[in-house]
Design a protein around this ligand. Structure first.
Ligand SMILES: [Fe+2]
Length: 153
C-alpha cells in the first residue's frame, strides 16, 4: 500500500521534519526480527548521525529477537509493559507506561518481551545488530535498512 511517508526529503541533513503520527499507516515489522505481529511506523532517519526513529505497536506476548544496539538508544513506553534484558527479575529493566529508558552502546537484548498490548517510541543512534545464539550477525539494521524495510512494506 502506498504511503505518503515514502518521500525521502527528510534524508537531507538540512531539512527538519514533522510527522502527524496517526496519519501514517502501521506496517508489519519485518519477519525474522520479532515474534508475534509487531507493527511499526518509521518516523525519521538521520543520515548525518546514523540515527533512526520509530514507534512500535507490540501486542501482548510479542517480542523482539536477540539484538545488540551498536549505538545507544532512548525509548518512551507510551502504553503497556515491556521487559528489557530479562526485566527487573532477571537483572534488566521492566518498563511500565509511561516509562522512559536509555540503553547504552553495545547493550545486548536477548529478548524484549511485551506482557501486555504495548506501544513505544524509540530513537536508535546507530544500527541494531540482530544476532544468533553464538553472536553471529543475522541482520544489521542501519538507518538505510530501516528506510528500505519501510519503503518495501
Ligand atoms: Fe533493544
Amino acid at each position: 500500500m502506498e504511503n505518503a511517508s515514502h518521500e525521502v526529503s527528510h534524508q537531507s541533513p538540512l531539512d527538519g521534519r514533522y510527522v502527524q503520527i496517526e496519519k501514517l499507516e502501521w506496517a508489519s515489522f519485518p519477519e525474522g526480527l520479532c515474534e508475534g505481529p509487531i507493527k511499526w511506523k518509521l518516523l525519521n532517519v538521520s543520515p548525518e548521525t546514523g540515527a533512526w526513529t520509530a514507534i512500535f505497536d507490540c501486542p501482548a506476548g510479542s517480542s523482539f529477537n536477540r539484538h545488540v544496539h551498536i549505538g545507544p538508544g532512548e525509548y518512551f513506553l507510551t502504553k503497556g509493559y515491556m521487559e528489557v534484558r530479562g526485566g527487573d527479575n532477571d537483572g534488566g529493566s521492566t518498563a511500565i507506561a509511561p516509562g522512559y529508558g536509555y540503553e547504552p552502546c553495545n547493550a545486548q537484548h536477548d529478548k524484549t518481551y511485551f506482557k501486555e498490548d504495548s506501544e513505544f517510541y524509540m530513537t536508535f543512534l546507530g544500527p541494531l545488530n540482530f544476532i544468533d545464539e553464538d553472536g553471529n550477525t543475522l541482520a544489521l539494521v542501519t538507518w538505510q535498512g530501516a528506510q528500505t524495510a519501510w519503503e518495501m512494506k
